[in-house]
Ligand binder design. Structure first.
Ligand SMILES: [Zn+2]
Length: 158
């Protein structure tokens, strides 16, 4: 299941990012993902899978927010930049040639909002006590996120 692999990779990325900041025990309040309409990801399935993947992690109570990014293409000949629509139309009529896809395949972690907790609860490590938001962290890290089998063992899935 495509979306479950993605959800697990996303959870792992966020977990890693928080760990780097010594905030691995701070509950995540919300997580915003930018999902291209051409990425092949079904938002409903991703939402469901996220609930499964987040179970037992600091993301367990996080709200998943999905921002859809429209598909866009540019013509290398005339420079026409247009939405591809769905299903995508990548043909520049005036030039009679194929356009290059410039957007719509995104799969990025756009924003992570942490719960407000006392600094003492934030873990053993020091620093970042004043950083409730990990905005933009690992923005590209989840792009085309493949399943990482090594992390699959502790996540219930079929
Ligand atoms: Zn053109």
């Amino acid at each position: 299941m495509h979306e479950l692999s993605i959800a697990m990779a996303v959870v792992e990325q966020v977990d890693d990012a928080l760990r780097e900041r010594g905030a691995e025990r701070v509950p995540v309040r919300s997580l915003t993902l930018r999902v291209g309409e051409l990425s092949g990801v079904v938002p409903e399935a991703l939402d469901f899978s996220f609930g499964v993947a987040a179970e037992g992690t600091v993301l367990a109570d996080a709200r998943l927010l999905i921002e859809t990014v429209e598909g866009r293409a540019r013509c290398g000949s005339c420079g026409r930049d247009t939405a591809t629509g769905m299903p995508p139309d990548l043909w520049c009529g005036p030039c009679s040639r194929a356009m290059n896809l410039t957007g719509g395949r995104e799969l990025e972690i756009a924003r992570v909002v942490l719960d407000d907790v006392r600094p003492d609860d934030a873990g053993e490590r020091h620093g970042d006590d004043d950083a409730p938001g990990v905005t933009g962290a690992q923005a590209d890290a989840a792009a085309d996120a493949p399943a990482r089998d090594k992390e699959a063992s502790h996540v219930p899935h079929r």
